[in-house]
Design a protein around this ligand. Structure first.
Ligand SMILES: C[S@@+](CC[C@H](N)C(=O)[O-])C[C@H]1O[C@@H](n2cnc3c(N)ncnc32)[C@H](O)[C@@H]1O
Length: 236
């Protein structure tokens, strides 16, 4: 067999092997196409997402737009018995359904929240988790919502926002997607620092983590001081 023929054959074989993968990408997630409103793959990556949240025991989380409480149920196990999740919803029927569904998980506390804020006290939460809900906030008040979260979230706390990446959405899905650059800009306007923004593996969703810049600066300088102390001890 000539070398040219062998190389050509290998290329055909690779293309053939790739076909099912391309087919799957065009396929549906829960019966909807990739340009669909729901997007795809983010629940499948729950293990990755939960790990990236870095949840600590005794933490207080507010799950804004909790829906059916699915994400709350994934987070609760990481908080220990003293942790709490306020599962906020603007629809009473969803609150009622969550209360019933998560009856056996008293740490998940479904509640009816206002549309323009969490309704929670200042300095009361370690994490605001907002999955596929940010795009529901009134576009003119998204920055105000983030400003409100700056009060509700503790000094060293975080906000994590998950949305479909606007560049990966098509058709009507675009209306329900968010441009990470715009979100980062809005976060800065509200006094947050965009710590990281990453695509959730195997998904068309991204996950943005916001921290308070003042808290992050303090943390960094503590680390530098500790490293210097360690170094000077080693030098002695
Ligand atoms: C697409 S669902 C996401 C549900 C869930 N977070 C998830 O990722 O599976 C969006 C949810 O946000 C709720 N929602 C819409 N506007 C809201 C607001 N201003 N505050 C809180 N929840 C809101 C809706 O009722 C809906 O249940």
């Amino acid at each position: 067999m000539s070398k040219r023929f062998r190389v050509g054959g290998a290329i055909v074989a690779i293309l053939f092997l790739c076909l099912p993968v391309v087919g799957q990408q065009k396929e549906t997630s829960g019966g909807r196409s990739s340009g669909s409103i729901g997007g795809k793959g983010y629940r499948e990556a729950a293990g990755y997402v939960i790990k990236r949240l870095g949840l600590r025991r005794k933490s207080v989380v507010v799950d804004i737009g909790a829906g059916d409480g699915w994400w709350s149920s994934k987070m609760v196990g990481k908080l220990g018995v003293k942790g709490v999740i306020h599962a906020g919803e603007v629809e009473q029927k969803k609150v009622d359904a969550m209360k019933k569904k998560w009856e056996a998980e008293p740490q998940i506390k479904p509640y009816l929240c206002p549309t323009d804020g969490t309704g929670l006290e200042e300095n009361s939460c370690d994490l605001a988790f907002i999955s596929k809900t940010y795009h529901h906030f009134d576009k003119d008040t998204q920055v105000d919502y983030l400003r409100h979260l700056k009060k509700v979230i503790k000094h060293s706390g975080r906000v994590v926002i998950i949305e479909v990446h606007a560049d990966l959405a098509s058709g009507r899905g675009k209306e329900h997607a968010v441009q990470p650059g715009l979100l980062g800009h809005q976060a800065e306007q509200a006094g947050w620092m965009l710590l990281r923004c990453e695509l959730i593996p195997g998904s068309d969703h991204f996950m943005a983590t916001l921290v308070k810049p003042e808290a992050f600066t303090e943390k960094l300088s503590r680390r530098h001081k500790a490293a210097k102390r360690k170094q000077s001890k080693g030098d002695q």
